[in-house]
Design a protein around this ligand. Structure first.
Ligand code: AMP
Length: 197
């Protein structure tokens, strides 16, 4: 199964992704993590990405999607993958579709993690990552609203969008995610079925 997570920064995508990949036994592809690692390793992609990330702007599509494509081609993604933080705009969505199609794969599920803006700002302010400063948070939210949120319509029209209420404890939110996946027939491998469902 191939899934993506869409939601504003601070919605809890990282926390829920970690649980979901454990549950589904598939690799976790977080473009934020991949880019932060590339910056630490001072690779060409990392050097290119650094200033965009510091400002809270999106890194150029080709830089990100080259990393994603390369990662998706590794054998451990054969059984599925959870993409976290990508696609962030329509061009990335198109490039992702192309990359998957080339390997005769497709996106099965898009999960939207819905959290009101005020809650997001509060959560990010308490997190303390380098790009969680007030001015940078504002830019990251703006890029979410302007470029990423329109993708929800795109996946809704394809019939693969599941909206998840992201408020509550991590356990509560994860139960909702599992419930949504069970409702998507044939998409959850048998070893992951929730007992009693
Ligand atoms: P995240 O950890 O997903 O919040 O990402 C942190 C930062 O990495 C973002 O503010 C962007 O600068 C960059 N980034 C992560 N994923 C992408 C992506 N798919 N496209 C462009 N920039 C990205």
């Amino acid at each position: 199964m191939r899934l993506i997570f869409i939601g504003p920064p601070g919605a809890g995508k990282g926390t829920q992704s970690a649980r979901l990949v454990e549950f589904l036994q598939i690799p976790h592809l977080s473009t934020g993590d991949m880019l932060r690692q590339a910056v630490r390793d001072k690779t060409d992609a990392g050097r290119h990405a650094e200033s965009f990330m510091e400002r809270g702007d999106l890194v150029p599509d080709d830089v990100v999607m080259d990393l994603v494509r390369e990662r998706l081609e590794r054998p451990d993604c054969g059984a599925g993958a959870l993409l976290d933080g990508v696609p962030r705009n329509q061009r990335q969505a198109d490039l992702l579709d192309e990359a998957l199609a080339r390997s005769r794969m497709q996106l099965d599920v898009a999960l939207e993690l819905r959290v009101p803006d005020e809650a997001v700002i509060q959560r990010l302010a308490g997190r303390g990552r380098g790009d969680d400063q007030p001015g940078v948070i504002k830019r990251r939210l703006e890029s979410y609203w302007r470029q990423t949120r329109p993708l929800l319509d795109y996946y809704q029209e394809r019939g693969i969008l599941h909206r998840i209420d992201g408020l509550g404890t991590p356990d509560e939110v994860f139960e909702r995610i599992k419930g949504a996946l069970q409702a998507a027939p044939g998409e959850v491998p048998p070893h992951c079925k929730v007992p009693g469902s």
